[in-house]
Design a protein around this ligand. Structure first.
Ligand code: DUC
Ligand code: ZN
Ligand code: ZN
Length: 478
C-alpha cells in the first residue's frame, strides 16, 4: 500500500486543532508533526484545509428488507455515497427475525449481506426482536465479547419489530452485565397504532397525516420509559433519532440527574420541517420517516441540544426508498403509499450529506466550533460504539481514516449529482459551504475530488470493544 503524506493542513480532533503534517503508512497513522520531511509515495497538499478523522455514521439501513420492500441503497451504493460525503465507517443493523433466528444467526446473516458490497468499514448493532426463546439471552450476553457491543430495540412497529418492556429490561440487564450499550427507537407503538386506525376509520390517511399519527408525546413517553427502564436495570441507554423538544427535555432531565443517557439526532430533524410537506400531496412521501419530521419550532431546541451536549451524536437513519418505481431490480417503493401514509415505507436519505449539512448549519452558522463538529460526526460515535481510539480520532497507531475538508468550497446539494441510489434529495437546492476534497480509508485514498477510487468489498467488518464512554466519561458530559 503506498504511503501518504498530508501536508500543510490543520489537524482537528474533538478537543484541539493545530497545524501539522500527517504521515500514513500500512493503513495506519504513523506520524503527526510540523514540517515532516518524509519521502512518501503520495503527497496530499492540504493547505487551507482541515485534516479530520473520517466520519462515523452509527445509524444506517443499507440493503435492508423492511416495510414490504427493500431499501434503494444497497451496501455498495450506500457506502460509496457515504465515502463521497466524508464518512469512512458505518454501524448498521443486523435484524433478528422474530421466529427461528437467534441473535448470533442474525449477525452472521448480515455479515454475509454486507461483505461483497461494502466500500468502507462497517459493524452492526444487533436488532433484537425476540429474547424469549431458550438460549437467546445467553447468546446475547456472549455477543459483546464477540465484538457486537450494542443492541437496538424498538418500542414501535407492533407485530414486526416492536418488543415489550420485559424484553427491553432483559436486554438492558445483559448490557449492564457485559458493558454493552442498549439503543432505543423510542416511540409508543401502541398509541401510534391506535391513532393510525382512527385516521383509517375517518378516511384521513393522506401522506402528511403520518406526522399526526406520531405526535411528540408518543416519543416523549417512550424516551421517559426507556430511561426509567435503564435506570432500573443499572444500564446506560442511547436514544436514536431524537426528533422533538419533548423528547430532548427527557434526555436533559436524565443527564442532569447523572444518568448514563445519550442521544443522537439526524439531519432531517434540523434541515426539514412539517411545514415543508404539509400541503405537498404525494411529494410529502419524500419526508415520511419515523419519528416524523416535525414542526419547525423543534429545530432550535435540537440545535441547542447539539451545542450543549444534551445530544451527543449526529447520525442519519439513512433508509432510502425511491419516489418512482423505475428500477427493475427494486420492488415497489414510496409509490406503494400514494394517498395512504400507512403504506409508505418509512425512511429518508442522508448518508452522503451528513457532514455537509452539519458543517454548514453548525460551524459556518457560528453555532459551534470545528472540534464540536468532529466530536458529533466522528469521535463520540466512536467512543459510544466501541471503535475509539482505533477510529474517531487522529492519533499515532489509529486507522488512517481521514478526511481532508475544504472549509470554503461551496456546492449545491442535488439528486442529479449525488451518489445515493435514490431519485430525490431531501435537501435539493440547498447551497452549503464545506466539503471533503480527499477521503482516506485505512490508508487508501477512496475519494479524490469528484473521483471515486474505492471498490466494493474492500470495507472490513469491525469487531467493536465495549463503549469507551462507560469507563472514561461522566454520563452528564457530552
Ligand atoms: N424509521 C425510519 O424512518 N426508517 C427506518 C426505521 C425507522 O425507525
Ligand atoms: Zn428507528
Ligand atoms: Zn433506523
Amino acid at each position: 500500500m503506498p504511503s501518504i503524506l498530508i501536508t500543510g493542513g490543520t489537524v482537528v480532533t474533538a478537543s484541539e486543532q493545530f497545524p501539522a503534517d500527517v504521515y500514513l503508512r500500512d493503513g495506519l497513522i504513523a506520524q503527526i508533526g510540523t514540517d515532516l520531511h518524509i519521502e512518501a509515495d503520495i503527497e496530499v497538499p492540504a493547505d487551507g484545509q482541515y485534516v479530520m478523522p473520517g466520519g462515523i455514521d452509527v445509524h444506517t439501513h443499507l440493503g435492508e428488507e423492511v416495510f414490504n420492500t427493500i431499501t434503494a441503497d444497497d451496501w455498495e451504493s450506500g457506502t460509496t455515497a457515504a465515502a463521497f460525503g466524508g464518512t469512512t465507517t458505518v454501524v448498521d443493523f443486523a435484524r433478528q427475525e422474530r421466529e427461528g433466528m437467534s441473535p448470533l444467526q442474525a449477525i452472521e446473516r448480515r455479515r454475509g449481506q454486507a461483505e461483497p458490497g461494502a466500500v468502507i468499514d462497517y459493524g452492526f448493532h444487533l436488532m433484537a426482536t425476540n429474547l424469549s426463546s431458550p438460549g437467546y439471552i445467553e447468546e446475547l450476553a456472549a455477543l459483546p465479547a464477540a465484538g457486537v457491543t450494542s443492541f437496538k430495540l424498538l418500542m414501535a412497529y407492533p407485530g414486526t419489530m416492536m418488543v415489550d418492556d420485559l424484553t427491553i429490561y432483559q436486554a438492558m440487564q445483559v448490557a449492564a452485565d457485559t458493558g454493552a450499550l442498549v439503543t432505543l427507537h423510542a416511540e409508543n407503538g401502541h398509541v401510534i397504532q391506535s391513532l393510525t386506525e382512527r385516521f383509517g376509520d375517518a378516511g384521513t390517511v393522506e401522506e402528511h397525516m403520518h406526522m399526526h399519527a406520531h405526535p411528540h408525546l408518543v416519543e416523549g413517553e417512550a424516551v421517559h420509559r426507556g430511561i426509567a427502564l435503564a435506570e432500573m436495570a443499572g444500564a446506560g441507554v442511547y436514544i436514536v433519532h431524537l426528533s422533538s423538544h419533548t423528547a430532548l427535555t427527557e434526555v436533559e432531565a436524565a443527564k442532569a440527574r447523572g444518568q448514563a443517557v445519550w442521544a443522537e439526532t439526524c439531519p432531517q430533524y434540523l434541515f426539514a420541517a412539517y411545514e415543508d410537506y404539509e400541503d405537498a400531496g404525494f411529494e410529502a412521501a419524500k419526508y415520511i420517516c419515523s419519528p416524523p419530521i416535525r414542526e419547525r419550532a423543534n429545530q432550535d431546541h435540537l440545535w441547542r441540544g447539539l451545542e450543549t451536549g444534551a445530544l451527543s451524536v449526529f447520525a442519519t437513519d439513512h433508509c432510502t426508498f425511491r419516489m418512482h418505481d423505475d428500477l427493475p431490480d427494486l420492488p415497489p417503493q414510496k409509490p406503494m403509499g400514494r394517498g395512504d401514509f400507512r403504506r409508505i415505507p418509512n425512511g429518508v436519505p442522508g448518508i452522503e450529506n451528513r457532514l455537509h449539512l452539519l458543517y454548514d448549519g453548525g460551524v459556518v452558522a457560528g453555532r459551534f466550533d470545528m472540534c464540536r463538529f468532529v466530536d458529533l460526526v466522528s469521535t463520540m460515535p466512536a467512543k459510544l460504539f466501541g471503535l475509539y481510539p482505533r477510529k474517531g480520532g487522529i492519533g499515532v497507531g489509529a486507522d488512517a481514516d481521514i478526511v481532508v475538508w475544504d472549509p470554503n468550497a461551496v456546492h449545491t446539494i442535488e439528486a442529479a449529482t449525488h451518489h445515493m441510489r435514490v431519485d430525490y434529495n431531501l435537501y435539493e437546492g440547498l447551497e452549503v459551504r464545506g466539503r471533503p476534497t480527499t477521503v482516506i480509508s485505512r490508508g487508501e485514498i477512496i475519494v479524490s475530488g469528484d473521483e471515486f477510487h474505492g471498490s466494493p468489498g474492500r470495507g472490513q467488518y469491525l469487531e467493536r470493544t465495549t463503549p469507551w464512554v462507560m469507563s472514561h466519561a461522566e454520563a452528564g458530559s457530552a
